[in-house]
Design a protein around this ligand. Structure first.
Ligand code: GLC
Ligand code: CA
Length: 535
């Protein structure tokens, strides 16, 4: 349970996810890197975010864009080197920006030395770092297809929950656990402030486990490959190791579930500080009734602080997915993201209203998940156009287009971008340059909301006195000590009439009309403060 009196730095932090390859290229090779990112720290400071989550930057063949790590102790040359990393951390800290890094513990790249030794010498101790067996079982990969791959020069198959190039680790093996602790220690020594643990409930703590079950349609249910017996002990060992070494370290877990009841058990004093609330964050379409229901459930059933986000590198962007490309809707969603109770996580580009990048054919797709599904559809006898449809549905490139800094084609990246399809359009995309000096822009609205969140303890630390929904009008009252804030966000498509209390000071608003009568336009927001407090 998060105590109201002793709070931690991350409770007062607005995080911003940087997808490494997409953010800022410094040397014209078309790939975002640490030097580029460091050059953009002033932009981030000006935006007001004070925490960054950076996606994997370790040496990797990038089959899954870096989530296939070949060496945990270095920086991929595409992104720079260790001294670029150190400089980035130093520069971020100089601006009071904390940094958490992504760590992939479930699997390693098949290019990792451990795996190479495991396959080149069957007597090697590394054989037991992985799962090899003579025959595959029916287990399916999360990217589609079998979870088993035959080793190149040997008779057995090995287990991979994701791509064949991502071999799963055996977390029952003490040596694996110790080797991964050394990885965490290495990065803590380099000054990181926390970790985002990738697919952390997927760790195999109980071997491969029994066969998964299937639903009535024959679709596999992940009954034995995730949330295995022993998972809580295993995660607790990792978290305790980190906290013993660095007590203020922030631990965020990607727990792969969309049901709140399955997320909640992973958050506690000896487990994760927060989990990503996919029950809210990955909703497929916007329904304010459902959003309100999830917020109420999080308030009632989640002991620790929730996380509030609607974007990441794994899901279509909220502008396309939830807001029908409507900037007013995006502004209302921003207000929700930054005033609801929980740790806010923004994703680069959402502050300018970046929409999805839509690859027009399979050759423009780079995401391994999309390409896999394309092939599976063809194998099932589907036409190329049907296969493209399925691939597009699964395609995570949509949210990975490079940051739109200006209206120039390729936005400062080189013309040949190796990790996203050629011909990526940006002529009609919003961009930073066009918004930075426009006080009515979405970017300015984000800046104002972030500043407010950082200034007002009620937004960071306060619970809800009120969390209600009336005909599409979402109302929060957040209180911290003597500070009481009232937040109204109008998610209905007609204006909402109300009586403004003149003793409430307006802190921020959009689409507000005061007087004769008072109303909020569709997607309007009003944030006020009861005047007796000092913000
Ligand atoms: C997580 C990452 C995703 C990656 C997967 C496998 O879900 O966010 O991008 O593909 O783990 O590592
Ligand atoms: Ca580069």
């Amino acid at each position: 349970m998060v105590s109201e009196t002793k709070h931690k730095w991350w409770q007062e932090t607005v995080f911003y996810e940087i997808y490494m390859a997409s953010f800022q290229d410094s040397n014209g090779d078309g790939i975002g890197d640490f030097r580029g990112l460091t050059d953009r720290l002033d932009y981030l400071q000006d935006l007001g975010v004070n925490g960054l989550w950076i996606t994997p930057f370790y040496p990797s063949p990038k089959v899954d864009n870096g989530y296939d790590v070949a060496d945990y102790f270095n920086v991929d040359p595409d992104f720079g080197n260790l001294s670029d990393f150190d400089n980035f951390i130093e520069q971020a800290h100089a601006r009071n920006i904390k940094v958490i890094i992504d760590v992939v513990l479930n699997h390693v790249s098949t290019e990792h030395l451990w795996f190479k030794q495991a396959v080149s010498d069957r007597k090697s101790k590394y054989r037991d770092y992985f799962f090899f067996q003579d025959e595959p079982n029916g287990r399916e990969s999360f990217f589609g297809g079998s979870a088993w791959q035959k080793e190149a020069d040997g008779p057995q198959v090995y287990y991979h929950k994701f791509a064949p190039e991502q071999a799963d680790l055996n977390w029952q093996n003490k040596a694996v656990r110790e080797d991964m602790q050394a990885v965490l220690k290495f990065w803590l020594d380099r000054g990181v402030d926390g970790f985002r643990f990738d697919v952390i409930n997927f760790l195999s703590c109980n071997g491969v486990g029994e066969e998964n079950s299937s639903d009535v349609s024959g679709k596999q249910i992940h009954s034995h490959d995730i949330d295995q017996p022993g998972i809580f002990e295993c995660i607790s060992e990792i978290c305790t190791f980190v906290r013993d070494y660095s007590k203020d370290c922030f631990l965020v877990g990607e727990v792969g579930h969309e049901e709140l009841s399955k997320l909640v058990p992973y958050q506690s004093d000896d487990l994760l500080d927060v989990v990503f609330n996919f029950n809210l964050g990955s909703i497929a379409s916007f329904d304010i009734g459902n959003v309100h229901e999830q917020l109420v459930a999080m308030e009632d059933r989640q002991g620790g602080l929730p996380t509030i986000f609607f974007n990441s590198h794994d899901m279509p962007r909220s502008m396309s997915r939830l807001c029908q490309n409507n900037a007013a809707h995006a502004a209302a969603l921003a207000a929700l993201t930054l005033t609801a109770r929980g740790v806010s996580f923004l994703y680069f580009g959402e502050e300018i209203g970046l929409a999805d990048f839509i690859p027009e054919n399979i050759h423009e797709m780079r995401d391994v998940q999309a390409i896999n599904h394309y092939q599976l559809a063809l194998d099932e006898g589907k036409t190329k156009s049907q296969a493209y449809g399925r691939a597009l549905k699964e395609c995570r490139d949509k949210s990975r287009l490079y940051m739109q800094w200006n209206s120039h084609k390729f936005s400062g990246f080189s013309s040949s971008i190796p990790w996203i399809g050629e011909g990526a359009p940006n002529s009609n995309m919003p961009n930073v340059e066009a918004q930075i000096n426009d006080p009515d822009s979405l970017l300015h609205w984000y800046k104002m909301l972030i500043a407010l969140r950082r200034e007002c303890p009620a937004l960071n630390l306060g619970r809800y006195d009120v969390l209600s929904l009336d005909k599409g009008l979402l109302t929060f009252v957040r209180r911290w000590q003597n500070q009481i804030l009232h937040i109204m966000i109008n998610f209905c498509d007609v204006k909402y009439a109300f009586n403004h209390n003149p003793s409430h000071e307006v802190l921020a608003s959009k689409g507000l009309n005061l007087g004769e009568p008072d109303f909020l336009l569709p997607f309007g927001t009003l944030i006020t403060r009861e005047v007796q407090d000092v913000c």
